[in-house]
Design a protein around this ligand. Sequence first.
Ligand SMILES: Nc1ncnc2c1ncn2[C@@H]1O[C@H](COP(=O)(O)OP(=O)(O)OP(=O)(O)O)[C@@H](O)[C@H]1O
Ligand SMILES: [Mg+2]
Length: 363
Amino acid sequence: MLVKQLTVKNFRNIDEACIEPAEGVNVIFGENAQGKTNLLESIWLFTGCKSFRSKRDRELVGFSRDFVKNELTFLASGREQTACLYVDTKRTAMKNGVTLQSPAQLIGSFNAVIFAPTHLTLVKEGPLNRRRFLDTALCQIRPQYAKALARYNHTLAQRNALLKDVGLHPELLDTLEIWDERLSDFGASVAAGRLWYTEQIGQTADSIYAGLSGNREKLKIDYVNNIGAYTQDVAEIKALLKEELQKSRRDDIFNKMTTTGPHRDDLHIQIDGLSARTFGSQGQQRCAALAMKLSEAEILKEQTGEEPVILLDDVMSELDESRQDYILNHIGGRQVFVTCCDPTAVLRLCEGRTFHMEKGRVL
Ligand SMILES: Nc1ncnc2c1ncn2[C@@H]1O[C@H](COP(=O)(O)OP(=O)(O)OP(=O)(O)O)[C@@H](O)[C@H]1O
Ligand SMILES: [Mg+2]
């Protein structure tokens, strides 16, 4: 995967920009608030995923502008392709000149992995961030996972609605059986996918973390669920989940919500046997999150046969020199975009093209 050219129009504080990046490292540097992360975000949106910093599409459009029109020329599957993203109140995407039904259909065409300061929540905050990490990563490589997840969430919402009504309408209790069957069906596919992904990521993240810490510390990542499923066999997980749903039925009716299932699962991230969330230092947490993100890139490569583009927002600032060196050596051979205020740290190790951002312009 290679970005050949990026054109940006009216995107956040960037009125107009056009860059032709190098095949290796590209350093986007400049003072604070000049538009470095904005430029990185404009590349990320071509993955078809949502922004990592805004929920509303409208926020992407430059103040006092009516629309965004970003274009990307990239190399994928051995040929040059184009994508166009148009945003006003919503996003519209085109691929190779054809308008797509939804920008999400870009997923799989242009692959990238982003690490931004907000990804520290992966280690530091609640389980929702970790479930989201697994779901986003899996959706990029397994379309059938995205389907199972959407069905699971839909069924969960319906079961929860029923649990709210059942107090007033006890006759609805019989229908709970149908929802339990469906929920355990889709839930088993979701849990099996996540268990598989955790196994993959566990191995690579451990070796990346070892490299980052100069072999001094060990990272361990486990998928934890409250049904005790540690097999990737969908039928076995389904049976366990169904049993657990039946056991917790009384609690669920009392709480008016489903208290068991993949929507309650988590990843346990440990450094030298201690919870990284509770005991990790800032640097350790940053490295653990980074190791997970770089592993995501390796899994993408394994599954798609193509190296994703790596986008690193402000990654170097709090890391010591040896950790910075490891990152830059480790990502060699891929196209990388790094933002920073001072480019000397990055350029110390590798040759790269530099882009100086100032007031929303690439100088
Ligand atoms: N929709 C928008 N229209 C215009 N400007 C915007 C919009 N959204 C964000 N901005 C502005 O873009 C500016 C640059 O943001 P960006 O996050 O890219 O800075 P940065 O160069 O990465 O800075 P830092 O080094 O602090 O991370 C901010 O000052 C912000 O106010
Ligand atoms: Mg920034």
